[in-house]
Design a protein around this ligand. Structure first.
Ligand code: MN
Length: 516
């Protein structure tokens, strides 16, 4: 028995109990024993026992206040892929729900969005989310997994460090933002920054050092003054200075209008005043403005009265602090603070009255009921997260798959194609390119060979195997469902009996707009 690990596990239980009275502690303990057996004798590159990784992943989720099922899934998330367990064991011991979460995490890992063209990238990311949003907890477990991997990145060889860091910046940080865990996004970026762009990281650290010091000293002064005045008003407040995350500071410094001039950035350190109730936010604002003059024109934004589209709430103001320096001050309640930091996860902790049916909200927000079927991703997720408040209802909602009738099929490069129900590898091949369609010889779905009439499932990664010569078969008309595939197959068969000439114009037209 490894004392240090067992102590870490006891810490996990402590955090879980703090946030969730109804947590299934026995099952969590059992998952821990299961993980230890599955990862027997396995080590991480750092030399530590492998099982510390799922343990730390679970701990991160406990800090984000996720439920027992997520914690259990986190403990088990690598037992199939890297450990000695099989799926059937997980289903038998922990149930289908946990097994599905573990599957989902593995699947996300397999998807690579690298190599996608810039313009399709964002759309692909959204669709990736769609597939995973069958249960949003999958995203959160995956983010926690990545979070721990980033904290231990220095154990990897240098080229892997850079690769993982870039991937974190390109995929996982935006993902964190999209599910509303903004604080996690900032932390992931800062973990990745030194490995992704070492030179730029050093430059940012060095140039900001003196500036930070200076800012911290006058923020400290303001903090003492404001705390005293707020106490006089009978408000119990917490005030802290919050450094801007380094990576986002770097990005801001690079903007042409800033051009590395620190005096043009007013939120290098922002001050946060956290109070209990909403009316106190406005009283605090009065105290702040009574003490420090607000900056004209760029002054106050009231995101409490008018929350940001992401659901973010706070009052922001900019004032002239000591030495006439501009300081940004954010005022919010404890609850707003938790929601801003933990996003979706915070909803496990808070219950509020609901006003509308969950499914209606989701369907509407996701644009399913609009004519164009617009996929306004970010907003939808956040919208339902705003509307869904009761935690049982929330659980139902994250498990509800609003897109069960859509099929998103991925190419091995990460491109996404939206195909109708019943689509086969032949349909997929023609969707990519009519040439590829006619050369289709076989297909692999999620790495396994499948017949050409196989019905593809949403979220599968499909690879088309090509023959050397055109391979179109009239039998394909018996199972191909998309208009494009059927038209091309018919054209090919007719062309064979009539004229084998290819009409360039026609081909051009038939290819247009297929790729999504
Ligand atoms: Mn892992």
């Amino acid at each position: 028995m490894n004392r240090k690990l067992e102590k870490e596990f006891q810490d996990l239980i402590k955090v879980v109990k703090e946030h969730d009275e109804k947590a299934n502690i026995e099952k969590i303990k059992f998952a821990w024993e299961f993980a230890k057996i599955a990862h027997t004798d396995q080590k991480r590159l750092s030399g530590e026992p492998f099982v510390n990784h799922p343990l730390q992943t679970a701990k991160i989720l406990a800090e984000w206040r996720l439920d027992s099922t997520s914690i259990i899934a986190a403990l088990l998330h690598d037992t199939i892929e890297d450990g000695g367990a099989v799926r059937a064991d997980i289903v038998k011991e922990f149930g289908e729900e946990v097994a599905l979460l573990v599957d989902g995490v593995t699947k996300v890992t397999a998807l690579r969005l690298k190599g996608s063209k810039e313009e399709v990238y964002t759309e692909n990311l959204r669709k990736l989310l769609l597939v995973m949003a069958k249960d949003l907890r999958v995203v959160l477990v995956k983010l926690a997994d990545r979070f721990h991997n980033m904290r231990t990145l220095s154990a990897l060889p240098a080229n892997k460090q850079n690769e993982n860091a870039i991937e974190t910046l390109e995929i996982y940080a935006p993902l964190a933002e999209r599910v509303g865990v903004g604080e996690v996004k900032g932390q992931l970026e800062d973990l990745a920054f030194p490995f992704a762009y070492p030179k730029e990281f050093k430059k940012t650290i060095e140039t900001s050092k003196t500036h930070y010091k200076e800012v911290e000293s006058y923020i400290g002064k303001m903090r003492r003054v404001l705390l005293r005045k707020l106490t006089k008003e009978g408000i119990k407040a917490k005030i802290h200075g919050r450094k801007k995350h380094l990576y986002s500071l770097w990005k801001k410094l690079n903007r042409p209008e800033i051009n590395w001039d620190f005096d043009k950035i007013h939120d290098v350190v922002a001050m946060r005043i956290i109070v209990n109730r909403i009316p106190q936010c406005y009283t605090a604002l009065g105290v702040v403005h009574g003490t420090y003059r607000p900056v004209p024109n760029i002054g106050v934004s009231d995101f409490i009265a008018q929350p940001k589209p992401s659901g973010y709430r706070s009052i922001h103001t900019k004032v002239f602090g000591p030495g006439r320096r501009i300081v940004e001050i954010q005022i919010r309640t404890n609850k707003m603070h938790e929601q801003a930091e933990f996003g979706i996860a915070a909803h496990w902790a808070y219950g509020e009255a609901k006003s509308r049916g969950v499914k209606d909200v989701i369907l509407e927000a996701m644009g399913v009921r609009t004519d164009e079927n617009k996929l306004l991703w970010v907003k939808q997720l956040i919208n339902w997260q705003k509307e869904i408040t009761d935690s049982k209802e929330f659980l139902e909602a994250v498990k509800f798959d609003a897109f069960h009738h859509r099929n998103f099929i991925f190419s091995p490069m990460g491109d996404v194609y939206d195909l109708p129900d019943g689509s086969t590898p032949v349909d997929f091949a023609y969707a990519i390119h009519s040439d590829l369609g006619s050369y289709t010889k076989g297909a692999r779905a999620d790495g396994k060979m499948v017949p050409l009439d196989y019905k593809l499932k949403s979220g599968q990664v499909v690879e088309i195997l090509k023959s050397k010569t055109p391979n179109v078969n009239a039998d394909w008309l018996g199972f191909a469902v998309t208009t494009v595939a059927r038209r091309e197959i018919k054209k090919f068969i007719q062309g064979k009996t009539e004229a084998p000439k290819v009409d360039d114009n026609n081909r051009h037209l038939s290819n247009k707009g297929k790729k999504r």
